[in-house]
Design a protein around this ligand. Structure first.
Ligand SMILES: [Zn+2]
Length: 266
């Protein structure tokens, strides 16, 4: 079994005028002697994951495995920060990304080039159990070779949908925004919903949203995954309305973010 911490809580936002925001979720799994990141977010998050690893008493050298879901810039660009990690990459997605012309939607050409030749890279495909209990689920649509992952958690399964179902709206509606193949995305989301519905305690980790659960057609939000707060935040707590330290969840749901010229993605 693996324990789950969320280093970066994803957010389902996009801008009208300033390009992709790429606020993607960065989960951390610990168990079976492994310390695993599922995706790494983007350049705008080079500091945050490292600082939050520090809160857990970890450094970037402690990461034993980085697992990528697809080859978009907001998921893969920080993989070089973890020098000791094996890097698991969806084989089909890497082949596809490497074959695309420069300028293709959300593909960081140099990172893809590096992944193709990096000796640390291990290519994985549908059905592989590549770490203890951690297995792949093919979820094409958003990109042709997108992989989602399932890991056994302490209470139930942890289902990393990532950008196959980027947020609650896509999971509930069964269809995806920003996909290269809408029909494939619908089938992938249905596959993920079927997996999730096997047990209402299963935790769904979307690429750009909170932690979710499915009970039939009802979608709920898990709120009990919180990292220890930074000492600096505790020192500043008098300036905040609440006497308790802020959590990732409370910061994410701040209305400021929605009002500040950001349109929700759904
Ligand atoms: Zn993506």
């Amino acid at each position: 079994m693996y324990s789950l911490d969320i280093l970066i809580q994803g957010f389902p936002g996009k801008s009208e005028d300033h390009g992709g925001l790429g606020w993607s979720t960065v989960p951390l799994l610990r168990g079976h002697g492994e310390v695993v990141l599922i995706d790494t977010s983007s350049y705008s998050y080079r500091v945050h994951p490292l600082e939050r690893l520090g809160r857990l008493g970890l450094s970037r050298e402690d990461i034993t495995s980085v697992v990528l879901t697809h080859c978009h810039w907001d998921h893969i660009c920080n993989y070089p920060l973890f020098p000791e990690a094996k890097v698991f990459v969806p084989h089909h997605d890497l082949e596809w990304a490497a074959s695309q012309p420069v300028g293709t939607w959300h593909i960081p050409e140099f990172h893809v080039e590096k992944l193709e030749t990096d000796q640390r890279v291990i290519r994985i495909s549908e059905g592989d159990e590549f770490l203890p209990g951690l297995r792949t689920v093919a979820t094409p649509g958003h990109t042709p070779g997108h992989l989602s992952y399932v890991a056994p958690g302490h209470r139930a399964d942890l289902i990393f949908t990532d950008d196959a179902a980027k947020n609650q709206a896509e999971l509930v509606a069964g269809q995806a925004d920003m996909t290269l193949d809408a029909a494939a995305s619908r089938a992938s989301i249905q596959r993920l919903r079927t997996l999730a519905a096997e047990d209402p305690s299963n935790v769904i980790v979307c690429g750009h949203d909170r932690l979710l659960g499915l009970d039939g057609d009802k979608c709920s939000i898990f709120r009990n995954y919180e990292l220890p707060s930074r000492p600096a935040l505790r020192r500043n707590s008098r300036r905040r309305r609440s006497s308790t330290s802020p959590t990732l969840d409370s910061r994410r749901t701040s209305p400021w973010r929605l009002r500040n010229r950001l349109a929700p993605q759904f």
